[in-house]
Structure formats: structure tokens, C-alpha cells
Ligand binder design. Sequence first.
Ligand code: COA
Length: 291
Amino acid sequence: MTKKPTAKKSVKEKTASKYKYNNVLVEQRKDGITFLILNRPEKRNAMSPELHHEMDDALERLAVDSNTKVLILTGAGKAFCAGQDLKTYFRGLSNDPVARSRAAAASESWRSYRLIGFPKPTIAMVNGFVFGGGLTPIVSCDVAIASHTAKFGISEINWGHIPGGLVGWNVNQVMSFRDAMWYSISGDTFNGKEAAAMKFVNFSVSHAKLKSETLKIARKLLKKNPWAIRYTKEAIRSVRDMNMEQAADYLRCKSDALQRVDKEQGRQEGMRQFLDEKSFRPGVGTYNRKK
Ligand code: COA
């Protein structure tokens, strides 16, 4: 008997999304990986006030959605994000201080606080153009991967502005001082390969492999103990600005807290599987969470 052709993988893996927005697409896959997609391809995903409000809402909901275990942030079409929408965000709100203030709050909220505080791993998948304020969410994600051909730019200088919002601070978090300064004052672009070499992103891959390589990263993170990975990402960020004594105290408290919240008691189980069962080696793999 001839086998029936199987349905296309991408279709099978997705679940019908309950999230409906005008400028944002949420694709939830059955394995717990969620794509959150800036969806204004005809405007190169420039961030309008409405997009900011929708992203803020989506991230608030996905943070507590048990069907989302790893989040991948990307853009539809040929851009990741062309920065703030100069027409609707800057010019359009210039005479409406209330709407301007609301949009500014949503803009900072989702790109910094919600992404940084997201309780599950976040991956920025940089597929194309990314300028100005579009850099911020990449810095806020835990991991970033770019297409070799993605085009990055701290372009504010090119239109007589400064890297405001938090862009000037963001670039200093992940770039060397020399690179942050040069790209901010020259407005020159850099590609995905260069972004990986200067550690603005972790990895750069060919455009054709961007999605599959991003999914590999997501699947790797999915295997880890979710309580431990949450506490680890929070700890790695928090200790950056602490002195040694503060960090030691904070990490001791964080470790103790993890033992309380970890529903699968991973530390004990990991030690058991390594020391008693000898079924895995923690240096080169993850313990079996299904046992
Ligand atoms: N704000 C408002 N509109 C924008 C925009 C932005 N940041 N970026 C792109 N768009 C709009 C364009 O105005 C154009 O709209 P239209 O079709 O109604 O004329 C549409 O998106 C497509 O842009 P276009 O320039 O034709 O596309 P492209 O592929 O040739 O170039 C970019 C893409 C990203 C290089 C170019 O659009 C650009 O330089 N954008 C601004 C980037 C920037 O400096 N952003 C920083 C803001 S803080």
C-alpha cells in the first residue's frame, strides 16, 4: 500500500493562535516554541504606536501562557524592524501629548521591561534590516541570531537625531565602546557576520538556514529545567552591575529560592542520574527530565 503524503511539517507543528492583532503575528507551535512576529512588512516593520500597544499586550499574555516555553522574536518580510515609525510615532503624535506618552510607555515596556523580564528564554531571530529603536529588543532578548545578510544600523545620526529611547544605553551593553561610538556617530551599517564578530548577536548563519538554526537553539533550551533556566537568566543579568560581595549574597539567595520553586527538583534528580544511575554526564548533556 502506498503511504499517504504527510501534511507539511510547518502546518502540523502550529496550533491555531488565539492571539489576534493588526500589526503583530503570534504563531504557537505544539512543541512550546512561539514565534512573535512584527508584522508590518510593507513598512519594514517600523514601530507604530498601535504596534507598541499590541506587542506590550502580547508579551504580557505570552509570559503566563503555558503553551509558550521559548519565545522567538522576528520580523515579517525583508526587515526585522526599521525602528520607530517616523510618520506615526514621531510626527503623528507630536500634537497629542497623552497618546504620545502612552505610546512611549508601551514602547519602553515591551522592548525592555517585558522582554528582559520574560520568564522563559527569548531568542531574537534577525532576518533583515534593523535600525535605531529596532536594536533595543534584540539586546533585551537572551540570545540573538542573525542572517549573514541582515543589515544593522544605529541610524539616528543620519536624520539628525541621537540614539535616544534606550538605544544609546543598549548598544553599550553588548558592543565594545569603540564599536558603539563608531556606529553611532558614523551611521554606517554592519551585516550579520560583522554583528556576530562584534558580539552584538551570538551567531550568524546563511539566510536560508536562519529559521532551522534558530529552532535548533530553541529546542536545546526547551530541554533544560524551566525553573533553573529562568533563575539563571535573571541571575546572569542581575549580577552584571553588582560588586563581588553583593553578587555572592544575591546568588546564594537565588539558589535557595530555586530549590523552593523547582517543581521537578532538578538538582537532586540531576545528581541522582549522574552519581547513582550513571545515566548521563552533566558536563556534556542535560539530565533526563522525563524520568
Ligand atoms: N518610519 C516610517 N516609515 C518607514 C520607516 C520608518 N522607520 N522605515 C520604512 N518605512 C516605510 C517607508 O516610508 C515606505 O513607505 P511607503 O511605501 O508608504 O513609501 C516603506 O516603509 C518601505 O520603505 P522603503 O524605504 O521604500 O524600503 P527599502 O526596502 O527600500 O528600504 C530601509 C528599507 C529600512 C533601509 C528604509 O526604509 C529606511 O532607511 N528606513 C528608516 C530606517 C531608520 O533609520 N530608522 C530609525 C528610526 S529610529
